[in-house]
Design a protein around this ligand. Structure first.
Ligand SMILES: Nc1ncnc2c1ncn2[C@@H]1O[C@H](COP(=O)(O)OS(=O)(=O)O)[C@@H](OP(=O)(O)O)[C@H]1O
Ligand SMILES: Nc1ncnc2c1ncn2[C@@H]1O[C@H](COP(=O)(O)OP(=O)(O)O)[C@@H](O)[C@H]1O
Length: 314
């Protein structure tokens, strides 16, 4: 988006009232986190599901909400259909109304996130600049924002037609329906793309869980912590992992390296997720352990992959 356009769009976020001063509360996020749930700590953020009607946004958001709550992590879902019967009931589906819808929802999501909830938003949000406004609203408040593109092809959504809306749109009964006679702008840099074709709801949900875990939002949960976490690629990620692997530089390894790879992938060298980096190597050499957050884990054997200077430089 051009900077000029972005600021034009930001107009919707500008304050109209004058003589209004921001009031600063006394409770810090860290303090708030201490009393939230049994997995204490501030985890406030927003996960923004975007995609066509029928893509799976609501299903994933509700499934994730249930998962998080079950694990003692505060979460709350805001859904398009639900918001449009309350706070946004004065809005339709024109470009301007969708823009205002997303702005209002993003402001509400920000408040939930600021209160320490993982706020799960499922909105078609078809326009990139509106999603960018939602992201900016969070960024300005220093809150993590994760855009999740629920990437389900139009044909599949139309076949699902969970609410019979595509049929109505095709007949012209509904005008301005996303994907039929209104545009859906595909996200260019989402934090995560979830493809729901040939994937169960649970598998797709776990993709989002993994992303939140990788970003430190969800901690390694107690029961998962007690077993050795394996690093094998789950079946639902196989195709994309193979594609990614094919695009990476290649290196020939020896049988011994392969055996270490096996040990790493089976989780026996937890918390290592691969051959040691310099800092991990130094921790082992100097302290016989690996630091993982606040815990230290014994690791006296360096697990490294020897490289020639030629390979290092290419
Ligand atoms: N014209 C048109 N286009 C798209 N969707 C329509 C339309 N009319 C009604 N609906 C129903 O409203 C839900 C979308 O609302 P949203 O608030 O998510 O839309 S937006 O983000 O403001 O674009 C959407 O919900 P989901 O199917 O869950 O996506 C539809 O059920
Ligand atoms: N992997 C998946 N993830 C999410 N939904 C899926 C998946 N596979 C099939 N579905 C189905 O697709 C439909 C998605 O509907 P819904 O969640 O209402 O979509 P949206 O909120 O995007 O309009 C549901 O019937 C759901 O069971």
């Amino acid at each position: 988006m051009e900077t000029h356009d972005f600021y034009k769009k930001q107009k919707t976020c500008l304050q109209v009232a004058t003589n209004v001063t921001e009031q600063h509360r006394h409770v810090s996020r860290a303090k708030r986190g201490q009393i939230l749930g049994h997995l204490r700590g501030f985890r406030g953020c927003t996960v923004w599901f975007t995609g066509l009607s029928g893509a799976g946004k609501t299903t994933l958001s509700f499934e994730l909400e249930a998962y998080l709550i079950q694990h003692g992590i505060p979460a709350y879902s805001l859904d398009g259909d639900n918001m449009r019967t309350g706070l946004c009931k004065d809005l339709g589906f024109s470009k301007q109304d969708r823009e205002e819808n997303i702005r209002r929802v993003a402001e509400v999501a920000k408040l939930f996130a600021d209160a320490g909830q993982i706020c799960l938003c499922s909105f078609v949000s078809p326009f990139a600049e509106d999603r960018e406004v939602a992201r900016r609203i969070h960024k300005d408040s220093d809150l993590p924002f994760f855009e999740v593109f629920v990437d389900t092809p139009l044909e599949v959504c139309e076949q699902r037609d969970t609410k019979g809306l595509y049929q109505k749109a095709r007949k012209g009964i509904i005008k301005g329906f996303t994907g039929i006679d209104q545009l859906y702008e595909t996200p260019e840099n989402p934090e995560l793309v979830v493809k729901t074709v040939n994937a169960t709801v649970e598998e797709s949900t776990m993709q989002v869980v993994d992303m939140l875990r990788e970003n430190g939002i969800i901690p390694l949960l107690q029961e998962e912590n007690s077993s050795v976490p394996e690093l094998f690629v789950p079946s639902y990620r196989l195709v994309s992992a193979e594609e990614e692997a094919a695009s990476l530089p290649k290196l020939n390894i020896e049988t011994l390296d392969l055996q270490w790879l096996q040990i790493l992938s089976e989780g026996w060298a937890y918390p290592l997720k691969g051959f040691m980096r310099e800092d991990q190597f130094l921790q082992t050499i100097h302290f016989d352990c690996q630091l993982n957050g606040r815990e230290t884990i014994n690791q006296s054997i360096p697990i490294v992959l020897p490289l020639s200077t030629f390979d290092k430089n290419r």
